[in-house]
Design a protein around this ligand. Structure first.
Ligand SMILES: Nc1ncnc2c1ncn2[C@@H]1O[C@H](COP(=O)(O)OP(=O)(O)O)[C@@H](O)[C@H]1O
Ligand SMILES: [Mg+2]
Length: 527
């Protein structure tokens, strides 16, 4: 996953290094200043053989900037190409370039037809090689649509340490927080640190959307296939293939077998996979740290928690487990119901909102790194995001988009960014709103109208809602992490959704400003 295994588990989303990331990581001297500035791109081959660009600004000393295509110049180009190749190798060796240098193809200078055609200003000409391409270097650093890289995670130091200590101690943990609070990103960091500093074998299984034992079996097998490396991988693969169950870490594993014979019982294969931590530990091997992400979805698969328990209860010496989920209700059912197999089997850890100071430091730093400044836009952004991790980054993303390079944010910039964010989310919010029943819709409006106290007589009367019904609806909403109640007042978890509901009401009533908003109400303080 390491991608959103929903992250890790979100494998394809976790490509190695994209051009944008490389651009950001380049030493300052190599950072070009203009938006869409052209840089030279050398073909590199990443660890997984994906070709990724390695960037250099054409026109800087040592660049491949030539003028003509005659023999002599061709020779000069070849020489410069060799120098460039050497530098790429040097940066790779120094760890500043994550890509493995691939073959550098010198020989086509600026005077080549390809470079001439694009008509670039002289300093930023695209210098072509056999495989050069155009790369945009002024890139938005705020990623909000997938789990982020371990080093990008704001704060979460305490949680990382706790999870690592528990993992090393052989404790099992259930991590829960609403969607988009950064669970998968945090777990990616824990898995990386656990591997690096504690020698744990990291495995993350994305269970998002599983509906059957076969689905779970395929997800577990693919997780091992993606994440096991080296000799361990070869040993496990050999074992899996020897079971005769169709399991393999290669391209065609148990899913191929299940496709050929849909009536095949996947349970024996799942048992073999769940026993893998015992195999990993054979001969004094390493402890595995196994994360089940989006674990609440196993509640839809009958018997699976019993199957899991039958294995993990014997693995305290060889594996540590983290069960991560975004629906408190489902997670409670799985772990707090005395009749469920996993009852009381994992230490609870709740992920909270981020502190505004931490978000501020991150936003300021990332804007500065791309030659922008938050200015007067920062405070309204922090206030609106209310500590919600993904919403804060999404707003920062839109703020970045509104700021020209070198600009300092104004309140007008904030308003434009805010409007753009709400416009982007409109279809999502509309569909989300329609997915609720009428009583839930009323309960959500009651939370807003009551300033966090939805059960007052005035509010309920206006919404034509009785207290018992409202109470039940609020419980359902809390179980789905739509509302939360930490210390007192209820809050709608997603601050932008809350705003959208208020606006929708205001718009529908033909009002200029949202109705039913108690201006004096205070949101739950961020933790
Ligand atoms: N600690 C954090 N630091 C920076 N961004 C975060 C953090 N937590 C969440 N985010 C933002 O939220 C988005 C979703 O994170 P993700 O890990 O996928 O959440 P979850 O797994 O809880 O749904 C990320 O793309 C990022 O923008
Ligand atoms: Mg996730």
């Amino acid at each position: 996953m390491a991608g959103e295994a929903s992250g890790g588990a979100e494998a394809p989303r976790d490509r190695p290094l994209v051009a944008a990331q490389l651009a950001r990581r380049r030493p300052a001297a190599h950072v070009p200043r203009g938006r869409d500035e052209q840089v030279e791109v050398g073909p590199h081959v990443a660890e997984d053989d994906t070709r990724v660009p390695c960037l250099r600004l054409a026109g800087l000393p040592g660049g491949h900037e030539g003028a003509g295509g005659d023999e002599e110049q061709g020779e000069a180009e070849r020489e410069r190409g060799a120098g460039c190749k050497a530098r790429h190798r040097a940066s790779f060796a120094a760890g500043t370039c994550k890509a493995r240098p691939g073959p550098w193809v010198p020989g086509q200078g600026v005077g080549s037809p390809a470079a001439t055609q694009v008509g670039l200003p002289s300093r930023h000409r695209l210098v072509s090689s056999g495989e050069t391409a155009r790369v945009i270097t002024d890139v938005n650093p705020f990623v909000y649509s997938r789990p982020i890289a371990p080093d990008e995670v704001i704060d979460r130091d305490d949680e990382t340490q706790k999870l690592l200590r528990w993992a090393v101690g052989g404790h099992y943990v259930r991590l829960f927080a609403p969607r988009k609070y950064g669970k998968t990103s945090l777990l990616g960091r824990v898995l990386r640190d656990g591997e690096r500093s504690e020698g744990l074998v990291p495995i993350i299984v994305d269970l998002y959307g599983v509906l059957s034992v076969a689905d779970v079996t395929v997800r577990v097998e693919r997780a091992y296939a993606r994440q096991l490396k080296g000799r361990l991988r070869a040993r496990v693969d050999e074992f899996l293939q020897s079971t005769g169950l169709g399991l393999s870490l290669g391209a065609y594993g148990v899913s191929a077998k299940l496709q050929l014979d849909p009536r095949l019982d996947p349970l024996p294969a799942l048992h073999a996979l769940l026993d893998l931590p015992l195999r990993l530990a054979d001969g004094g091997g390493a402890r595995a740290l196994i994360v089940f992400d989006e674990f609440q979805d196993v509640a839809k698969v009958g018997r699976i928690d019993a199957v899991l328990r039958s294995h993990i209860q014997h693995q305290g010496e060889v594996a540590s487990y983290v069960f991560s989920g975004s629906q408190p209700g489902m997670m409670e059912q799985l772990f707090e119901d005395k009749d469920r197999p996993l009852y009381g089997s994992a230490v609870p850890l709740r992920l909270h909102r981020l502190r505004s100071e931490d978000i501020a430091a991150y936003v300021i730093d990332r804007l500065r790194g791309t030659n922008r400044s938050a200015g007067d836009a920062l405070n309204p952004l922090l206030q609106t995001a209310d500590g919600h991790p993904q919403r804060a980054i999404l707003l920062a993303h839109h703020l970045w988009e509104t700021l020209e390079e070198g600009a300092t944010g104004t309140f007008a910039d904030w308003s434009a960014a805010h409007a753009a964010a709400l416009a982007e989310l409109e279809p999502e919010f509309d569909a989300h709103w329609r997915s609720f029943g009428t009583t839930e819709q009323k309960a959500l409006r009651a939370v807003l109208a009551g300033g966090g106290s939805p059960l007052g007589a005035r509010v309920l009367g206006r919404l034509d809602l009785d207290k018992a019904t409202a109470h039940k609806a609020l419980r359902r909403l809390a179980a789905a992490a739509e509302v939360e109640r930490t210390d007192g007042p209820y809050t709608i978890v997603d601050p932008l959704f809350a705003e959208w509901i208020e606006r929708m009401q205001g718009d529908a009533a033909g009002l200029e400003s949202p109705i039913e908003v108690d201006e004096t109400r205070s949101r739950t303080p961020t933790s």
